[in-house]
Structures are given as C-alpha cells and as structure tokens.
Design a protein around this ligand. Structure first.
Ligand code: SF4
Ligand code: SF4
Length: 400
C-alpha cells in the first residue's frame, strides 16, 4: 500500500519519463459478458487510477491496456503512439472478443488526437465511442448509459493541484539543462548549485501556481512579468538588509529574470491549455488557425464532442458546426483526426508531437516559412461558416 502510494508520487512528479506497464486485458471486479469494455494507455499511473476509480464505485468492467510505450493518453495520442492500430492490436491479442457478447468500446476522449474512430470501427468491427476526458468522470458516464450529456466532462482544465504538480516537472526539466553549467560554475562560486536548485524549484512552482494572475500572454510575457516582480523584491530586500553587495545582487536579479522568463516559455508545453508553439510563446501572437469548410460539414457533432477546449459551436440556422473560440484551440488535432468529411482546415496538423522540443523545431521552421504566413492569412480571412444541412444533435450515437 505504502509502496504503491510512493510509486504514484514518483509517477506524478516524474512525468518527463514514460512508465510502461504490461499491455493487455485487466479484469476490474467480476466482469461478465455484458460488462463495459474500456481502453486506456499503458502509462502505469493511468492504469492504476482507472482501476481504482472503477473499484471505488464497484463497477465491473474489462479494461484493455493499449501498448502506448508507457506514455499517458494525450501525449501518446498526439505523438502517434495511441492510434487505431494500437487499439486494434490490443483487441486482437487480448482475447476480449471471446469474453463479451457486445462490441461496444469506450475510449478516453483525449485519445481522439491519435485514434481515428471511423478507421477503428471499419477495421475492427467494434463500435467505438469516446468517453469523458477525465478518469474521475468515468463512473458517472457509465451510470448515465454512456452519454456525455455534460459539456464540462469533455473539457480539460488546469486547476491549482495540477499546476503545482506540473511546476515540479517544469523544475525537473529546467534542471536537466542547467545541472552541468551549475556544477562547473560552483567550482568558482561556493554554494551556487544548491541556491540555484532551490531558486529553480521555487520559481517553477510560482510560475505554475500564478500563471493565471500574471500580466501578459502565456509564454515569455508571463514569465518575464514574474521575473521582474520577484527580482525587484529580491533586490530591495538584499540591498536593505546588506546581505549582498550591489554587484552580487545585480547578478542574482538578472538570473531570476532570465530563469523566470525561460520557465514561462516552457510552462505551456506542460499544460493542457496552451499550444507549445515557439511563435506564440515568444511573440504572444496567436499562430493557430482552424476553420470548418461549411460545404463539407454534415453536422455530425464529432468535432465538438472530442474538442477538449470548447472551440466549436452549432449554428442553429444551418445546423452545421463552426469555430466560435479560436483562441482556446490547443492544436491537439482531435477534431481533424476524426472529422468524417475532412471539413476542418488548419495550419498545424503535422502528425508530429507538440512537446517543447518538437515545438522549438517546428517554430524555427515556421519563422522562416513565407508559405506558412500566406496560409495563416488565408485561413484567418475565411474563418466562418455559412452553409446549411440537416443534422441530429445526437453526439456519440452518430458515431455508432
Ligand atoms: S466533425 Fe466535421 S462534419 Fe462533423 S460537425 Fe465537425 S466539421 Fe462538421
Ligand atoms: S479545435 Fe483545436 S483544441 Fe479543439 S479538437 Fe480541434 S485542434 Fe483540438
């Protein structure tokens, strides 16, 4: 029990690394031939949380653990490790087909960034549907007869608890880059390494905790704001108390500003709310463009169903869907992956991961691409919908 809790803590704070558990079938409770079949990734913490949540509500279920290289659902789906093929492989090898009478499959909503539900349905013969975004909402979803009636169950947030956990991951990531220079500099400046580690930890947690309160746009601007505020306070206290000389105070203040700016830049890559795009993070300029081509939209609702950011809305006149809140788009690609008519145009779906490292590579490319700028302008100029069609507002059942 204690060992499991310690492992949970390590999994939470060490998200930089994959933690694989064996793929395959898990029985939760005493599942029978009509029990629900759920799918998840093989990140060990996620598997434990799903099982714990189901057991807590005394739900008997089959859980298929897909081979996603030990990466969590959203990152694996975005990075191409959680796809229709991944799900089909666990369906075929687990023997689940002989254990249930139905063919209904419940996928985590955030897997939509990588799993094309139509391809999965055609190729497996199963009837997949996306469940809620958060593990804690699975019992309510099952009790409601597998209907996602509440919009909030399909959206992701970034509450303080998650921000504090991400703050420690942010620090860990920064220290990986800083550890060598710090050790070298500690040869000349005594105590620098532990003071720097403490500063990185403190600044990371503060950046994550205060991100919604800091002035500026997510990215460099918010980090710089925090750095200036903290460096000013630090300089006043250090000079007033005469614990440091003016040169040393200046050095530490500059270090605080630089570090906070870097952490502000890095945080969106760890968050579920902002896109890790170097253009957006450096310049604070929205770089994401997405639009629905009205002539192609059949109003199937799937884009709205899988979107974790509430970007879409239905036009009551045309009964088609349109982009209502472009600023919220995190460029996860779930809607594009699953639109049955390829009606969603965008300037970001590249099929590669959007982690900070990949974002830097993509950003450098986009900064030098004139074609990219042209595409942006073109999409921005036509970001509206005006067609008409008949559609049922019957979300998941349409997928079946
Ligand atoms: S998924 Fe595609 S076809 Fe369906 S409502 Fe959205 S844009 Fe229209
Ligand atoms: S609109 Fe943006 S955030 Fe929403 S599903 Fe599409 S790509 Fe993801």
């Amino acid at each position: 029990m204690i060992l499991n809790r310690l492992k949970d803590i390590w999994f939470l704070f060490g998200r930089l690394f994959p933690f694989p558990t064996k793929p395959g079938l898990r029985r939760v409770g005493c599942p029978g031939r009509s029990s629900p079949v759920l799918v998840t990734c093989n990140f060990e913490l996620t598997v434990r949380k799903v099982i714990r949540t189901l057991e807590h509500d005394q739900i008997d279920a089959w859980l298929l653990v897909a081979p996603t290289k030990g990466i969590n659902v959203w990152c694996a789906a975005s990075g191409g490790h959680f796809t229709a093929d991944t799900v089909i492989s666990v369906l075929k090898t687990s023997g689940i087909e002989n254990l249930v009478d139905h063919r209904k499959l419940i996928l985590p909503q955030l897997s939509a960034a990588g799993v094309n539900i139509w391809a999965l349905k055609d190729r497996s013969g199963w009837k997949p549907r996306f469940g809620p975004a958060d593990i804690k909402d699975i019992p309510a979803y099952l009790h409601r007869g597998k209907q996602l009636t509440e919009r909030k169950h399909r959206r992701v947030g970034f509450p303080l608890k998650d921000r504090l956990i991400m703050g420690t991951n942010l620090a860990f990531n920064a220290l990986l880059f800083l550890i060598l220079p710090l050790l070298l500099m500690s040869i000349w400046v005594s105590g620098l390494w532990w003071k720097s580690i403490l500063s990185v930890l403190l600044l990371s947690v503060l950046t994550s905790a205060l991100v919604f309160r800091l002035p500026g746009k997510p990215g460099v601007q918010k980090g710089l704001s925090l750095g200036i505020i903290l460096a000013s306070v630090f300089a006043v206290v250090a000079l007033a108390s005469r614990t440091m000389g003016s040169l040393e105070t200046l050095g530490w203040s500059a270090g605080i500003i630089l570090l906070a700016t870097y952490l502000g830049f890095d945080l969106p890559g760890w968050s579920p709310l902002w896109r890790a795009d170097v253009n957006e993070l450096l310049r604070g300029v929205k770089n994401t463009q997405i639009r629905i081509v009205p002539e192609k939209c059949i109003g199937c609702v799937l884009c709205d169903l899988v979107c974790p950011a509430n970007v879409f809305g239905k036009n009551p006149m045309t009964r088609k869907y349109e982009v209502l809140n472009l600023d919220a788009c995190q460029a996860c690609g779930a809607c594009i992956e699953n639109c049955p008519t390829e009606a969603i145009e965008n300037n970001f779906r590249t099929g590669v991961c959007s982690c900070p490292t990949c974002a830097v590579i993509k950003g450098v490319k986009s900064l030098t691409s004139a074609q990219h700028e042209e595409q942006e302008k073109e999409l921005a100029a036509t970001n509206s919908c005006c067609g008409s069609t008949d559609c049922e507002d019957n979300e998941v059942d349409r997928v079946e």
